[in-house]
Write a protein that binds this ligand. Structure first.
Ligand SMILES: [Zn+2]
Length: 281
């Protein structure tokens, strides 16, 4: 499959016959890393609780991608092709969902993706879980929230050119988040301490804005590596690793930190309840 992707890239006019559509998500490794490291950003007593629920955080991190298999409606929650709606830097982008539907039309918004508001939805559920003392549910909700936060930090989830079709980089989505991530082996993530997030949707837009210039970096690296490798997969990935490892590690770290901040903020809004004393996991 990968060879076909590289070959297809090298002759950009050849479309990929028979290949599955890109998954539009960090693959398992990325999701597990982001959710797991988010725990490190939390203050006590959250850190203690989520440490005992690390397996929930990691194992359920990819659930929403499985939901997509049975539910076409789920797909739109994993991306926002924001450049189809407003030009960079998206200064007048409506944050409120109803305002956004008025601005773009409900159908168009569903087409271009609704990821920021999916994060808002799961953030609100997490606040309720904490308020209700449903800590087991909170661990699961945080894991799901983490999935969408991870997708938000994948720059190719925020552009209509998500698979490189518009720039001769067809198939870049899988090469970047799948093949490259596998190739990178152990990754060094550096997370910051969780901080209170005043407005989750506004913060998601900041994430999109900060990641948007990286799309160009990824596409250029893909083009240059493709040219230099002349069809040699190993060489292609080696060059891509050299060019993009810092970008991937930084973005995964930012995703973990942001997830930690959302968990901390939801808990703060619920007036910082104490977790159950005896862990059940
Ligand atoms: Zn996803």
């Amino acid at each position: 499959m990968f060879r076909r992707l590289v070959v297809s890239f090298l002759s950009a006019s050849v479309l990929l016959g028979g290949c599955p559509a890109p998954s539009r998500s960090w693959e398992e490794k990325g999701h597990v890393l982001i959710n797991g490291h988010a725990i490190d950003s939390l203050p006590e007593p959250l850190r203690g609780f989520f440490s005992t629920h690390r397996s929930t955080m990691e194992k359920r991190s990819q659930d929403p991608d499985y939901w997509k298999l049975d539910d076409e409606e789920e797909r739109r929650y994993h991306y926002i092709d924001i450049d189809a709606l407003r030009p960079y830097p998206f200064t007048d982008f409506p944050l409120d969902y109803e305002a956004a539907t008025r601005a773009f039309g409900r159908l168009r918004l569903r087409e271009e993706g609704e990821l920021p508001w999916r994060i808002e939805e799961y953030f609100d559920i997490l606040v309720q879980d904490f308020e209700n003392g449903q800590w087991e549910d909170a661990a699961y909700t945080a894991a799901i929230l983490g999935h969408y936060v991870a997708d938000l930090h994948q720059p190719l989830h925020t552009t209509k050119n998500y698979d490189g079709d518009l720039t001769g980089n067809k198939g870049v989505h899988s090469r970047f988040e799948g093949n490259l991530l596998d190739r990178l082996g152990d990754l060094t993530l550096s997370v910051s301490s969780a901080v209170y997030v005043e407005d989750p949707v506004a913060s998601t837009l900041e994430v999109v804005r900060s990641g948007y210039p990286l799309i160009r970096t990824i596409l250029q690296a893909d083009s240059e590596a493709g040219r230099a490798a002349s069809g040699d997969e190993e060489r292609y990935l080696g060059i891509l690793e050299q060019k993009l490892r810092p970008l991937v590690e930084k973005r995964l770290s930012e995703a973990s930190s942001f997830l930690g901040s959302l968990i901390y903020s939801a808990w703060s809004l619920a007036e910082k309840p104490n977790p159950p004393s005896s862990p059940s996991e």
